[in-house]
Design a protein around this ligand. Structure first.
Ligand SMILES: CC(C)(COP(=O)(O)OP(=O)(O)OC[C@H]1O[C@@H](n2cnc3c(N)ncnc32)[C@H](O)[C@@H]1OP(=O)(O)O)[C@@H](O)C(=O)NCCC(=O)NCCS
Length: 421
């Protein structure tokens, strides 16, 4: 790894970008990546990372022999509106050592990565951003919104509380991957934004639970709800114990709660809310349209806070948008500007017939003008054209075009991606 000394070159000309060539270099790559976040790579981290890292999709930035910048991509299958799937690059481990920042290294890596993604025929790239301000310049748009909640257990009474349904089995998540993935896959087929998980991914990514990431909490447990002997929902959670003057003040932290029906969702929350010896329940990344607020007697107690979750970069306009579904039939012409991926620029006809789009370049006048970022925000259904217009993010050139476009692009559910990668 490079010494953390100032870097006096003013350009990235001498920075070489290439994939790691063997396992030893892959490990150095991950050590450098952790260092960009001020962290270290433990043996346990490496054991897991090497199972999911796709070496040929790494981009290591070398200053001489030192790796000073990192980026990589996972090969995902992403659910899109209508229940179809699209191949998507899951951008990850982006970092540049403090000694080499603000000189264009990340920009150079993003350039190479998006060119590689395009060459690989993946129409979309998605990522979680450590800071939202980093990626919009590369054409990423806010594609899913998550909610964080923090609810006192005394305020978790359900509205019109009916009798309990189903039974919950508590266990060690690693021993229940079969049931967890059954629930996840059923939910995924109806929820844009979720990505397919292999068994390897479950074991070496979703369910990894190193002690140093527990933030003082206990190990992670799975609660699996069965209805009619079938797994219908699960919660991955841990307990954070804290005692104050003999009374429990700790909380339950829910990493992920996935359900296959509204009843299963209600019963899974009931289970989490009923766990004793805690004062509150916290969860990250609930869907934007989570029904929980509407299930509660006291909605205010949820203390929901919205935040950006995944960002999407449309790399190939027809490839991405023809994979999803629409409503009815009609045409809208969208003029796209895209300085970072100029092949997307120009006027595109979205010719929609019975819910399927045919997207081609056109000379016709534009109905709507926008930047590629906005395409990312529209793609999975997180935002509508009207919302973007109110945020001064799209321009309308034909009267009524926004309403027409929203009728065509309307989605049944908001997108959701429950896992940081
Ligand atoms: C974010 C990071 C990768 C950027 O690397 P970098 O090589 O300094 O980026 P570049 O020099 O290519 O910067 C490109 C532009 O983005 C801006 N930028 C870079 N990092 C930024 C940040 N964190 N917030 C806002 N703007 C940022 C730069 O100012 C520059 O703007 P300009 O073109 O107008 O001058 C680096 O700061 C880093 O490693 N941060 C810590 C780890 C991290 O957060 N990684 C991202 C994980 S999702």
């Amino acid at each position: 790894m490079a010494g953390l000394t100032a870097w006096d070159r003013q350009t990235t000309m001498d920075i070489e970008l290439r994939a790691v060539k063997d396992e030893a270099e892959a490990k150095r790559f991950m050590i450098a990546c952790e260092a960009t976040f001020g962290d270290e790579l433990t043996d346990d981290d490496w054991k897991d990372f090497k199972n999911v890292l796709e070496s040929d999709r790494t981009i290591a930035a070398f200053d001489g022999d030192d790796i000073i910048g990192t980026a990589a991509a996972f090969s995902f299958r992403l659910t899109v509106p209508g229940g179809g799937e699209v191949r998507a690059a899951g951008v990850t481990v982006v970092g540049v050592l403090p000694s080499h920042r603000r000189k264009g290294v990340a920009t150079k890596m993003m350039r190479k990565q998006l060119d590689d993604v395009r060459a690989a025929g993946e129409p979309v790239a998605i990522l979680w951003a450590s800071e939202g301000s980093i990626y919009q310049r590369f054409g990423y748009g806010l594609a899913t919104v998550g909610q964080q909640i923090d609810i006192p257990r005394t305020k978790t009474r359900l509205l019109n509380d009916p009798d309990r349904v189903g039974t919950v089995k508590v266990g060690v998540p690693m021993e229940n991957v079969g049931d967890l993935s059954k629930v996840y896959d059923r939910a995924r087929s109806e929820r844009p934004g979720m990505v397919a998980r292999s068994e390897k991914w479950w074991k070496h990514h979703t369910l990894r639970d190193p002690e140093r990431h527990r933030d003082g909490g206990g190990p992670r447990f799975s609660g699996i709800l069965e209805i009619d002997s079938e797994p219908a929902a699960y919660a991955l959670y841990r307990m954070h114990h804290k005692w104050d003057d003999g009374s429990p003040q700790g909380h339950i932290e829910v990493k992920e709660l996935v359900a296959t029906s509204p009843v299963a969702e209600r019963e899974m929350w009931r289970f989490v809310f009923d766990i004793d010896l805690t004062a509150s329940v916290k969860a990250w990344w609930l869907p934007q349209d989570s029904p929980l607020m509407l299930m509660l007697m006291e909605p205010r107690s949820l203390k929901a806070r919205a935040s950006d979750s995944i960002w999407a970069r449309i790399v190939d306009v027809p490839g991405a948008f023809e994979a999803r579904s629409y409503n009815g039939s009609g045409e809208v012409v969208i003029d796209v500007s895209d300085d970072f991926c100029p092949w997307n620029e120009g006027r595109w006809s979205f010719d929609i017939s019975d819910g399927k789009a045919r997207i081609t370049k056109t000379d016709a006048d534009a109905d709507i003008k926008l930047h590629a970022r906005e395409l990312g925000a529209l793609y999975l259904g997180a935002f509508t054209f009207a919302e973007l217009e109110r945020a001064l993010r799209v321009e309308t050139w034909t009267e009524g075009a926004i309403g027409r476009a929203d009728d065509l692009f309307r989605t049944a559910r908001k997108p959701w991606n429950p896992e940081i990668f």
